[in-house]
Ligand binder design. Structure first.
Ligand SMILES: [Zn+2]
Length: 393
């Protein structure tokens, strides 16, 4: 094995070969909580609250805290961490001017969740001005604030970034807390199920049959033992399906159409990064930390609008090795002539024979109260999505 492969971590090992654990054991958590009364407090933007927890449980291994200015530069300019491992999305935390005035380097801060309760601390190693334009251009390739993440960089983030390690006092009270397994928990579960090779599936919408098709094709491989479905369900924007709805729809499909011993369903509560190829690589790294060996990449993964070439998310895996096997799929549709799901790799028929599985189109039909063909949406899912309160208005 090459030095680079060893540094990345062997198949199934965490990224960087060691799972970060910044979760305080019970006794230390209690004393830290009482100490925190004396600490300066910050109440960060919700995206950062999610990230504090994810850093602590090792989802972003080998990162142990929020990035400093050197790591930030290295990521946006060279797509790698200072230790040389590929990495494409900066992990930062910011505060507004008022809070920034009270923060000193070398100090420990108490971090509040969205209810205003302390759940973690941050050991501040560096305080720096966040280069917002460089961030937007470097990570998302645009300064256009119609892009949801770019909008947040300029309008929701503070101007001052704080770098340093986190200590988690307790897990977050998430709406889907029962589904929110940590990397340690999924790894234990995969081991108990006797899985050696696990394929991870990234999504952020309820499942239709095109999703199911590429999951099945992946699971059919002789070198894959189990399927790990992990929808990203962080902060909502208008028009998104609610987290509980996405999980309920997946549970319905997994329960009715998959062998119990072949699938693990879990949620990943972080803010969706719509960075196209760079986000695809980032999500693959995160899934390696959860124990995946293989990673499904569909068309236009983690894309938004027309900012990214729909297949750039495939090509980035030729450029960077992050220690998971990418399973790349072209656009999938139902073909009436084939009588099955297919792609242009497997179906020779004209487009008139195809039923599109576009998420936007399906939403429109559901909104109009129209029947969706069972070929593209399972009846169990259709029933759930036809309810009146499933989308954030
Ligand atoms: Zn066909």
């Amino acid at each position: 094995m090459s030095a680079q492969a060893a540094a990345i971590g062997r198949p199934g090992e965490p990224y960087g070969a060691r799972l970060v654990d910044r979760v305080l054991p019970q006794d230390k958590a209690e004393s830290k909580l009482s100490e925190s009364r004396e600490l300066q407090k910050i109440r960060p933007f919700v995206d950062f609250v999610y990230d504090v927890e994810k850093i602590a449980v090792g989802a972003y291994s080998p990162i142990e805290g929020f990035m400093g200015s050197d790591a930030f530069r290295s990521v946006i300019e060279e797509n790698k961490l200072p230790n040389g491992l590929p990495w494409t999305i900066p992990i930062v935390i910011t505060v507004g001017d008022e809070e920034a005035r009270l923060v000193r380097e070398g100090e420990e801060l108490a971090v509040l969740d969205w209810n205003g309760d302390v759940f973690a601390t941050l050991e501040v190693e560096e305080v720096f001005r966040l280069p917002k334009e460089d961030f937007a251009r470097g990570a998302y390739g645009t300064l256009d604030t119609n892009h949801p993440n770019v909008y947040d960089i300029f309008h929701s983030y503070g101007d001052t970034a704080l770098a340093g390690r986190v200590n988690l006092i307790r897990r977050l009270n998430l709406p889907t807390v029962n589904y929110e397994l940590s990397p340690r928990e999924t790894r234990e579960l995969f081991a108990r199920m006797g899985w050696r090779n696990v394929v991870a599936y990234q999504c952020r919408n309820p499942p239709h049959t095109a999703h199911e098709y590429i999951q099945r094709v992946s699971l059919e491989r002789s070198d894959v033992d189990g399927l790990f479905i992990q929808p990203v369900i962080g902060r909502l924007k208008k028009g998104d399906y609610k987290p509980g709805v996405i999980m309920e729809a997946y549970r319905a499909v997994v329960g009715a159409y998959y062998p119990r011993e072949r699938v693990v369903l879990s949620s990943l509560s972080i803010t969706m990064r719509y960075a196209g190829p760079k986000a695809a690589l980032f999500y693959a790294i995160v899934r390696k930390n959860y124990g995946a060996t293989h990673y499904i990449v569909g068309r236009d993964q983690a894309g938004v609008g027309k900012y990214y070439d729909p297949y750039a998310c495939h090509r980035i895996f030729d450029q960077f090795d992050v220690g998971v096997v990418p399973l790349r799929y072209r656009e999938t549709f139902y073909c009436r002539r084939c009588g099955s799901m297919a792609t242009d790799k497997t179906c020779p028929h004209p487009e008139e024979e195809h039923i599109s599985t576009s998420q936007t189109r399906m939403r429109e039909l559901l909104k109009q109260g129209k029947e969706l063909p069972a070929e593209i949406l399972r009846p169990e899912v259709r029933r759930i999505l036809s309810r009146p309160d499933v989308i954030l208005e």
